[in-house]
Write a protein that binds this ligand. Structure first.
Ligand SMILES: NC(=O)c1ccc[n+]([C@@H]2O[C@H](COP(=O)([O-])OP(=O)(O)OC[C@H]3O[C@@H](n4cnc5c(N)ncnc54)[C@H](OP(=O)(O)O)[C@@H]3O)[C@@H](O)[C@H]2O)c1
Length: 309
């Protein structure tokens, strides 16, 4: 496993993070086993969120059932996505009151006195940076949160927020996979008259790298927006063939190669893996076994159906 130095404290956090969005049907014992497997492979980080149904409380039960487990894990949660009471949709809330209440609820569910990292989950159009700053300051002083970050935010949003915060934005969690590459597409096709040229994100990767942020990729094995796993999908035959070829060359697996691809961008990259199976956690951890060559990285990008100028 490889580790990044996270936030001002420089905590060593693994490049592969165990995501827990899909554990609703798992028992606390099964989740304790999943976390223990991750730790055995060197994955010391767990990501959750209140919007992932019972995820936080199952993790809390898992911690309660396995003494000492919590202390061995770098724990991250998020806040701000709320089910709307009137319309069939979520909405977003970064108000001071919601931030404070959500963190207390998370700590109670997780059966812990602090989280190592707290992310603002999806941008709230009505966010007032001074309110967020006040909440973060109080959470920091109270020892409830060590580091703070964002998710799904573009550089303009982060830059505005950073101007008001007294703590650095240590991470941005965004969607990236070998079959979900809008950030790379606009990079390669800069200033060209093709759709791939459209920059939809404002330079998230560049901003993250320049500002020493962790860039946490979510859905590293999915295509589209929760479109499904591309591994073994005949619609991604070229991509799968490339992943299999490279895997065979390194005595690895397509899963590990696909995650390795995400981690190869030269920044503080992390890949959040959403599997609920211990054997796939082991496979995912092997993503860090070697650093992908440029030729391998570009082979995967091109084989996914992308064209370079
Ligand atoms: N910030 C955000 O907005 C945001 C959004 C979405 C997710 N996230 C975070 O990112 C984490 C990962 O997201 P994700 O779950 O979508 O990621 P993912 O790792 O791309 O997908 C996990 C899913 O793929 C399946 N899978 C894994 N390996 C497979 C393989 N080799 N063959 C076939 N299926 C395979 C898993 O099934 P098995 O369980 O059966 O292995 C699971 O259903 C989440 O847990 C959450 O922490 C954040």
């Amino acid at each position: 496993m490889r580790y990044i130095s996270f936030g001002p404290s420089g905590t060593k956090v693994s490049e592969v993070i165990l995501g827990t969005m899909r554990i609703a049907n798992k028992t606390p014992d099964e989740v304790a086993e999943l976390i223990q497997t991750a730790l055995d492979c060197g994955i010391n980080a767990v990501d959750t969120a209140p919007i992932y149904g019972p995820s936080e409380s199952i993790i809390g039960e898992a911690f309660a059932s396995a003494p000492g487990l919590r202390d061995r894990v770098w724990l991250q949660t998020k806040l701000g996505i709320q089910p709307h009471p009137q319309v069939k949709s979520n909405y977003f809330d970064f108000s001071y009151e919601h931030i404070m209440e959500s963190v207390d609820n998370s700590l109670r569910a997780l059966k812990t006195d602090h989280v190592d990292s707290l992310l603002l989950h999806r941008p709230d159009a009505l966010m007032e940076p001074d309110e967020i700053a006040r909440a973060f300051d109080e959470l920091k002083v109270a020892g409830k949160v060590i580091d703070f970050g964002v998710s799904n935010q573009n550089p303009a949003m982060m830059s505005r927020l950073a101007n008001h915060l007294n703590v650095p934005i240590t991470a941005n969690q965004v969607q990236i996979s070998a079959a979900f590459t809008p950030m790379f597409d606009s990079f390669f096709n800069v200033n060209m008259e093709v759709d791939a040229s459209a920059m939809r994100d404002g330079g998230i990767l560049e901003y993250g790298a320049e500002n020493d942020m962790a860039i946490q990729a979510w859905s590293v094995l999915q295509h589209g927006y929760f479109g499904g796993v591309f591994l073994g999908d005949p619609n991604y035959a070229g991509l799968n063939a490339a992943l299999e070829r490279i895997a065979a060359e390194h005595d690895s697996t397509p899963t590990a190669v696909a995650i390795n691809w995400v981690l190869r961008y030269p920044a503080k990259m992390q890949a959040i893996v959403g599997t609920t199976r211990p054997e796939r956690v082991r496979m995912s951890a092997a993503a860090c076994d070697w650093e992908m060559t440029r030729e391998e990285w570009y082979e995967i990008y091109i084989s996914a159906g992308n064209r370079l100028p």
